[in-house]
Ligand binder design. Structure first.
Ligand code: PSV
Ligand code: MN
Ligand code: MN
Length: 386
């Protein structure tokens, strides 16, 4: 295989998971701007996700968020997904929206609230059994707002105990992906604030526990690619929640705020041997004012562009420059790849996959946007939290 053929082959096998909640209405705490044609049910979210996969060819799975995507029969939902041309992906738990969770969920000082949260997490594993999903994605809003509010160390003990119970429930081929976030909704302390805390818990739990890196969950200036390199080196990188941020957890389209950072992350993934199905590339975004389906298509394309550039890095030339201490040349090798316009290459890849070279234009021509506006009338639109 020529080098370019290998790059193309790698791009064709990429899989970016889209999140069910990105298809519904979302907003800020100030206002949710509802859009017409937005899904009313989990089933309709799957139909929209299938459109993203149909036009990009690399978005074969959809993550669910429970209970936002609660249905009676999860096996039937998985079957429906397959009929539409996609599969169900990670199951995201939700222990942050009930009044009971004011002081936390599995770190709550009261054992009965911890039990409630744990029962929810165990139910999520039951759902994985029914859907065939491999990954349970855990993000905890747990934390405190004021110094002294609770015992920081006791909260870690409760976290450890709760995670162990869930870990023990995982079946063969199932994983737990633990997500960290440095603040929000808690403003003083967060119980899983950083990769170090997530890593320490995952290490203790065992091989089925892995860390997930949400690109929006770091303090400004954090070197995320270093975290990626380190987790991969330790065999503990389970996947990504991709999105981009200008200020806090903005959940904007991945690659919109800092495409160079996305390239650097993808380079470390590839360099570290993480470009395999064991590292899940998921989106975790909200499209507050832009049309949802084309925004998700654009996001998938942004991931593809960063990946293509990272695959094009001349690693032999880079190794030589690094060995010789040629700082400028090493940097130039990396920048040459980053500055390559990979859009023609990706257009070729898509055509070779039997797709339109321009997924957004093809989606616009398809009439799907008009169809859902016409058909999805009545009922309640799905939204973030509904
Ligand atoms: C938290 O900010 C988070 O990134 C977690 O992944 C949640 O599951 C998701 O947002 C909900 O949108
Ligand atoms: Mn996330
Ligand atoms: Mn987030």
């Amino acid at each position: 295989m020529t080098e370019l053929a290998a790059v193309k082959a790698a791009l064709k096998t990429q899989a970016v998971e889209t999140p069910s909640w990105a298809y519904g209405n979302s907003g800020t705490r100030f206002k949710v701007f509802a859009q017409q044609g937005v899904p009313r049910t989990p089933q309709e979210k799957l139909e929209d996700a299938a459109q993203v996969h149909a036009f990009t060819g690399v978005a074969p799975t959809v993550a669910l968020h429970i209970p936002w995507d609660k249905v009676e029969d999860y096996a039937a939902l998985a079957k429906l997904a397959e009929e539409r041309g996609v599969k169900l992906g990670a199951i995201n738990s939700n222990t942050f929206q009930d009044d009971d969770y004011k002081l936390g969920s599995i770190c709550h000082p009261d054992a009965s609230v911890r039990r409630k949260a744990l029962d929810h997490l165990l139910e999520c594993v039951d759902i994985m059994d029914a859907t065939g999903s491999q990954d349970l994605k855990l993000w905890f809003a747990d934390g405190t707002n004021y110094p002294g509010q609770d015992d920081l160390r006791a909260r870690q003990d409760r976290l450890s105990e709760g995670l162990s119970e869930v870990y023990d429930r995982l079946g063969d081929g199932q994983r737990m992906l633990l997500e960290y976030k440095f603040f929000e909704p808690a403003f003083y302390s967060t119980d899983v604030p950083d990769w170090g805390t997530a890593y320490a818990h995952c290490l203790k739990l065992g091989p089925k526990a892995q860390v997930v890196v949400d690109t929006g969950h770091h303090a400004p200036g954090t070197n995320i690619e270093f975290i990626v390199a380190t987790l991969l080196r330790e065999g503990k990188l389970g996947g990504f929640d991709f999105n981009s941020r200008f200020y806090a957890d903005d959940d904007l389209m991945v690659g919109a705020a800092d495409p160079f950072q996305l390239f650097r992350i993808m380079y470390e993934v590839i360099r570290g041997g993480g470009y395999t199905p064991d590292v899940a590339f998921m989106l975790d975004q909200c499209h507050n004012i832009e049309a949802k389906i084309p925004a998700i298509i654009r996001s998938v394309m942004n991931v593809q562009e960063a990946t293509a550039k990272a695959l094009l890095v001349d690693r032999d030339a880079l190794a030589v420059a690094q060995r010789e201490g040629d700082v400028l040349e090493a940097n130039a090798v990396l920048m040459d790849a980053y500055n390559t316009d990979v859009r023609p290459l990706l257009a070729e890849v898509r055509e070779e996959m039997g797709l339109d070279a321009n997924p957004i234009a093809a989606y616009k021509r398809s009439g799907w946007a008009e169809k859902i506006v016409a058909e999805r009338v009545g009922g309640e639109q799905a939204g973030w939290g509904a």
